[in-house]
Design a protein around this ligand. Structure first.
Ligand SMILES: C[S@@+](CC[C@H](N)C(=O)[O-])C[C@H]1O[C@@H](n2cnc3c(N)ncnc32)[C@H](O)[C@@H]1O
Length: 283
């Protein structure tokens, strides 16, 4: 047994000593998750006794973090657009920057739903289901098809949809980009793998070791997935539909050229929280 305050302090000290820059925050996330306590407990009930087996689980989790594993991988979940999402070995950990894409397409999604009574969304490379589920949570008339080539990712996306009460409007779809896709969609969204060969070598350990390579690597120049997505998008887009792409911060012009060459018109460029160009829209 040990009290909450001393367990928290111990976790913070261990992570600081290991050089974890977000030691205090990560210690709090791990302790709260594995002890089932809430943020206010550390202030209101610092002498709360934690059982020995819980303390041991927390210590093991802290060691994993000290060894470089990202905190959300250790707890197996991460919040995206206010939704708690489970992670698994085959899913990318969703990033806050991707919320820029959700914000960018929400007005279109809502307008389409209001006008047509529905909005059919195709999410290419759905991973945890992050983008599709965020949109479904905001637009009750929307339906989404979450496409991935990784079966384990689709299992996780399906479980996330179920846990959020969205499974009736979410269809996990196993496909290599367009291979198994039929029909037309009002909105095509994607955050494909876009890291180039040289960028892969420079990736921080936390990303390179723990996010699946298939979710990151976009070929030598990082643009392979955009080439494939650009060639099929028109065929699967409703008239007046919208395509939204997350991009690497220096890829805007190159990706835009690929879509313009397929007959698309640029319809918007958006920056992320770090002021990097992150999302392109096309009609
Ligand atoms: C950058 S991750 C994005 C995951 C999620 N949409 C998000 O934003 O957090 C890219 C996703 O594309 C999937 N993917 C990679 N190659 C694919 C392919 N050929 N066909 C379909 N999906 C693919 C990966 O498995 C991964 O889930």
């Amino acid at each position: 047994m040990a009290d909450l305050q001393s367990v928290l302090r111990g976790a913070r000290t261990r992570l600081s000593e290991a050089g974890v820059s977000s030691a205090a925050l990560d210690a709090r996330i791990l302790v709260e998750h594995f002890s089932g306590t809430a943020r206010e407990d550390a202030i209101l009930r610092p002498s709360l006794e934690l059982a020995g087996r819980i303390v041991q689980t927390i210590e093991q989790a802290v060691e994993r973090r000290a060894g470089g594993e990202p905190v959300h991988r250790i707890i197996g979940e991460r919040e995206f657009f206010g939704l708690p999402l489970k992670l698994s070995a085959e899913t990318l950990e969703p990033r806050p920057d991707t919320e820029t894409l959700v914000e960018a397409v929400l007005p279109f999604c809502r307008e389409t739903a209001a006008r047509e009574g529905e909005c059919r969304i195709l999410d290419l490379g759905t991973g945890t289901g992050a983008i599709a589920l965020a949109l479904l949570s905001q637009v009750p008339e929307a339906h989404a098809w979450g496409v991935d080539v990784a079966p384990g990712a689709l299992e996780t996306a399906a479980a996330n949809a179920e846990a959020l009460g969205l499974s009736g409007r979410f269809a996990p779809t196993l496909s290599d980009w367009w291979e198994k896709i039929e029909g037309c969609f009002h909105l095509i969204v994607t955050n494909p793998p876009y890291i180039s060969g040289t960028e892969m070598e420079a990736l921080v350990d936390e990303v390179r070791r723990f996010d699946p390579t298939r979710a990151l690597y976009g070929g030598v120049d990082g643009l392979d997935a955009y080439r494939k997505i650009a060639t099929g998008a028109r065929r699967h887009l409703e008239k007046d539909g919208l395509v939204a792409l997350e991009i690497g911060w220096q890829q805007g012009d190159a990706v835009s050229a690929l879509f313009v060459a397929e007959g698309f018109e640029p319809a918007g460029r958006f920056r992320d929280f770090g002021n990097n160009e992150r999302v392109l829209l096309f009609r």
